[in-house]
Design a protein around this ligand. Structure first.
Ligand SMILES: O=c1[nH]c(=O)n([C@H]2C[C@H](O)[C@@H](COP(=O)(O)O)O2)cc1CO
Length: 143
């Protein structure tokens, strides 16, 4: 069975990391279908549909997903909300974070790490991501 993967990354929160999202999504393709490719699309004009449509569509994609992979370095209300909804839906979650000088990841994300269903992993460079994903998905498919 192919996995439905919900990738979550900042949009209105700031697009500084869009190239990193793209690289992560390219890696995620090895594990299943990405429901939210548009998050890594530089040209995405995400203003074209109304906000209720965005919200309802994303919640329904979260419901359809088998797991959530979120890049949480660039703070985003939408990403935090999606993670909270995914926890309530009991979906496995992987949060990827690049530690930043003078900035700390929210305690509500770091503090949710439980080593099984909610994983927070720090990385320095995107070349570390394939190994992180490999471990996450091998645990996911063996559990
Ligand atoms: O147009 C959109 N489409 C959409 O799917 N989202 C979702 C996907 C992203 O993982 C997340 C980003 O939230 P924010 O825009 O608050 O940074 O919300 C967010 C927006 C804009 O808020």
């Amino acid at each position: 069975m192919s996995l439905n993967i919900y990738f979550s990354g900042s949009m209105r929160g700031g697009r500084q990391d869009v190239d990193i999202y793209y690289t992560i999504i390219e890696q995620l393709r090895n594990y299943g279908k990405i429901l939210t490719e548009f998050v890594a699309d530089k040209n995405e004009t995400y203003e074209k549909v109304d906000d209720k449509t965005i919200h309802d569509k994303d919640v329904s994609m979260l419901e359809e997903s088998h797991c959530i992979v979120a890049e949480v370095t660039q703070p985003s209300l939408g990403v935090g909300y999606e993670i909270g909804r995914a926890v309530a839906m009991k979906k496995p979650i992987l949060c990827l974070y690049r530690p930043q000088e003078g900035r700390l990841l929210s305690g509500m994300i770091r503090g949710a790490h439980n080593g099984t269903t909610f994983i927070v992993i720090d990385y320095k460079v995107v070349s570390e991501v394939p190994d992180i994903l490999s471990k996450f998905f091998s645990n996911l498919t063996s559990s």
